[in-house]
Design a protein. Structure first.
Length: 82
């Protein structure tokens, strides 16, 4: 697909059609790099557990951190060391 490079303030840019953004999962922010003379725009890779520690502390502070199914323990649970 041929696209025009447009002046945007002191920079230049390319408008990316919405279907292409949806196809690669881009929205909000992206990772932009140049490799071997090619401009690459990729979705940001986030840690899937980002924010878990803060959420666990918040739940504990609210007293909402009890086991959901305490009666469904595993036979080897007492042997685990955390």
């Amino acid at each position: 697909m041929e696209v025009a490079i447009r002046k945007m303030g002191n920079s230049q840019g390319v408008l990316i059609p919405k279907p292409i953004l949806a196809q690669v999962g881009l929205e909000g922010s992206a990772d932009l790099q140049v490799r071997d003379g090619v401009i690459e725009i990729r979705p940001l890779r986030r840690n899937p557990r980002e924010g878990w520690a803060e959420d666990a502390r918040r739940l504990a502070a609210q007293g909402d951190d009890a086991l959901v199914w305490p009666e469904f323990a595993n036979e080897a649970d007492p042997q685990w060391v955390w």
